[in-house]
Design a protein around this ligand. Structure first.
Ligand code: UD2
Ligand code: MN
Length: 617
């Protein structure tokens, strides 16, 4: 499905992805159910695996891949023996107690061939899903303080829950619906609106209509008629909603107790708030419910791919005072949020020219922040979402055209001069740039008197690693060798790029992996305040100091932390790059292939660097 997406990307990452997927598989195979349950604690940390993939790793090393893997596996194109008859059969066959309390489903070995065949239909373990009852129980995964803190729901407005889907499995779709009904206060639930985006599965027709007509909460199925994509499908749902608040969910979610109260109470108190739950993980292999880490917030990288980042030290300190308090996030994942209905429409709803999948989450995040609202995560609201490694459905118009067309729109309408930065380094988006009709969205932005993207970066995401006018942006070149510092391809425990800072041949035209950003304050040799040397994915040049200082100090690329050991200053006259906490200078050792080092500052050519600016707009 995502096959045309990005061969370039894939070629680079496929060995790594393969290994990690295999590890995940082997670990799941070897893990007993109790092990998986044990790991449902605060010790889950989100890590970035590759451009389009997120992964969670617990402290014992269990991997769960949870992002969008846009892969070109040949079986994607030729699913094994998936006949129309099979695709159109509802195989829901619940076994009492299966998946109880969010526990994993273990398929008996004699069914594994069948299980693997069915996996291709939705790109998750359909057989496992079909064995779990629609009203399976889930643990209360909230923090203790969330459980004891009662939310008074009297007088709170009602919400319409909107779920769009294209060819979703019966069991995942209806388990979403039942989890909403079972675990929401009925006083807050106006209705459930299912929007069928031109599904072709037979069981999603009259059978679904009949089924929902008997539910205890008013539930309707709207149908787009032709494939519209998730944006226009959600719009159809939103326009027909009766509730004062809109709550969106993907069609493969499971809500846990307290999820809705924590969202609604925040929107009710300030109608310009967009409130997201913490998104937990439903395993695509076992359907185990895995609690995720609460201390992350959403943003994006230089290529406008959504990313989770961990809270920095200052934020953490603030949060520690009350871990139940919602915290703001520069961007939302996109699928799960509550928002005042009138505010949604006043603000321009969604960009109707966005197709199928992708980009709408950033577009809405930018629009909300830049035009006077806010986006936050409510840590007492937990909803599980089934993350898949690849998308099971078609992308009419072409994967690349669809995704980069959507992202080009985001950049053109909201990112001001940073759109040039994006297009300069994203040829896929550049190709879509001139095809976008955006006049009405620009008019909307003007009418709403929205802030600039400069304001957004500075005020909403001060930790950002994008170039600005007051920052150096470009290559860091070794004067004598003529080579450039490059970001490592290895991944750290938080799955941001991590490894030694190495020198490689300077690329022209410039490439993102050789590009660094540094506040210009660091250029002043008189001013020893120093600055971080950052690059894409929020990583920085760092020197983990050793106790034994007689050992060689290697310079690494590690997640930016704001710590002093990531502070540098540059002397443009001598060419020295000084590491402030040690007072040592960046040097190239004999074994340069093992990475750069720190040494006592001297005037030798090996310590001379040229900061070579690259225009970014
Ligand atoms: C994430 C979001 C998703 C959306 C997407 C970017 C979460 C958990 N999920 O990807 O909501 O913001 O990023 O666009 O934050 N669908 C349609 N018609 C289509 C395509 C999809 O109705 O043409 C439905 C689909 O059945 C599902 C929902 O839209 O219910 C989201 O799609 P997804 O689950 O493939 O997206 P996901 O979770 O990978
Ligand atoms: Mn989804």
């Amino acid at each position: 499905m995502y096959d045309m997406m990005s061969r370039r990307m894939l070629r680079r990452w496929s060995p790594l992805i393969g290994i990690l997927v295999l590890c995940a598989f082997l670990l799941w195979q070897s893990g007993s159910p109790s092990q998986v349950q044990e790991s449902r604690r605060d010790d889950w940390i989100p890590v970035r695996l590759s451009k389009d993939q997120e992964e969670y790793v617990d402290r014992r090393g269990v991997h769960v891949v949870v992002g969008h893997y846009m892969g070109d596996t040949s079986s994607d194109k030729h699913p094994p023996n998936l006949t129309d008859a099979l695709l159109n059969t509802n195989m829901f066959d619940p076994k009492p107690g299966e998946g109880k309390d969010g526990s994993p489903v273990l398929i008996p070995p004699h069914l594994s061939t069948r299980m693997q065949q069915l996996y291709h239909i939705n790109r998750f373990n359909l057989m496992a899903s079909d064995r779990i009852p629609l009203n399976r129980t889930l643990p209360d995964v909230r923090k203790k303080r969330c459980r004891t803190k009662q939310i008074d729901i009297t007088g709170l407005p009602k919400t319409s829950v909107i779920i769009v889907f294209h060819n979703e499995a019966w069991s995942t779709l209806l388990r979403t619906v039942h989890s909403v009904i079972n675990r929401s206060p009925s006083a807050l639930l106006q209705e459930i609106i299912l929007v069928d985006d031109a599904s072709t599965r037979k069981f999603l027709g009259a059978d679904l209509d009949n089924y929902v007509s008997r539910l205890s909460v008013p539930t309707k199925v709207l149908r787009t008629g032709k494939r519209e994509g998730l944006v226009r499908a959600r719009l159809l749902g939103a326009r027909s909603a009766q509730g004062q608040i809109l709550t969106f969910l993907d069609a493969h979610c499971e809500c846990t107790v307290g999820w809705l109260e924590s969202l609604v109470v925040r929107v009710a108190a300030d109608r310009k708030r967009v409130v997201c739950p913490v998104i937990d993980i439903i395993s695509d292999d076992t359907f185990a419910y895995v609690r995720s880490f609460e201390l992350h917030w959403g943003a994006f990288n230089w290529e406008l791919h959504f990313r989770w980042y961990t809270l920095d030290a200052a934020e953490l300190k603030k949060r520690r005072q009350d871990m139940t308090q919602p915290f703001s996030t520069p961007a939302m994942a996109g699928g799960l949020f509550a928002m005042d209905k009138n505010f949604f429409f006043e603000l321009g709803a969604y960009d109707e020219r966005m197709e199928v999948w992708g980009g709408e989450n950033l577009e809405l995040s930018f629009r909300v922040w830049q035009c006077g609202g806010s986006v936050e995560i409510a840590p007492c609201s937990h909803v599980g979402h089934l993350f898949r490694k690849s998308s099971p459905y078609s992308f009419p118009g072409g994967v690349s055209e669809v995704l980069y067309g959507n992202l080009a729109r985001v950049a053109l309408v909201w990112m001001d001069e940073w759109k040039e930065f994006y297009f300069k380094f994203s040829p896929e988006a550049q190709r879509m740039r001139d095809r976008q009709a955006i006049r009405s969205r620009l008019e909307l932005r003007k009418q709403l008197h929205c802030h600039s993207f400069h304001w957004y970066l500075g005020n909403i995401w001060p930790q950002h690693f994008f170039p600005t006018d007051s920052r150096f942006f470009g290559k860091i070149k070794h004067k004598i060798r003529g080579e450039c510092i490059e970001k490592p391809t290895g991944k750290g425990s938080l799955n941001q790029p991590m490894g030694p800072a190495v020198l490689t041949r300077c690329q022209d035209p410039p490439v993102l992996r050789q590009m660094f950003v540094m506040n210009l304050v660091g250029f002043n040799p008189e001013n020893d305040k120093g600055a971080a040397i950052m690059t894409d994915e929020s990583v920085c040049l760092d020197v983990p100091m050793k106790e034994d200082t007689s050992r060689i100090l290697r310079v690494k690329v590690i997640a930016c932390s704001g710590q002093s050991r990531q502070s540098w200053s540059y002397n443009s006259e001598s060419g020295a790059l000084k590491h402030l906490s040690s007072g040592l200078c960046l040097d190239v050792p004999e074994d340069a292939e093992n990475g750069l080092t720190l040494n006592a500052c001297n005037t030798y050519p090996s310590q001379q660097w040229v900061m070579e600016s690259v225009p970014w707009k």
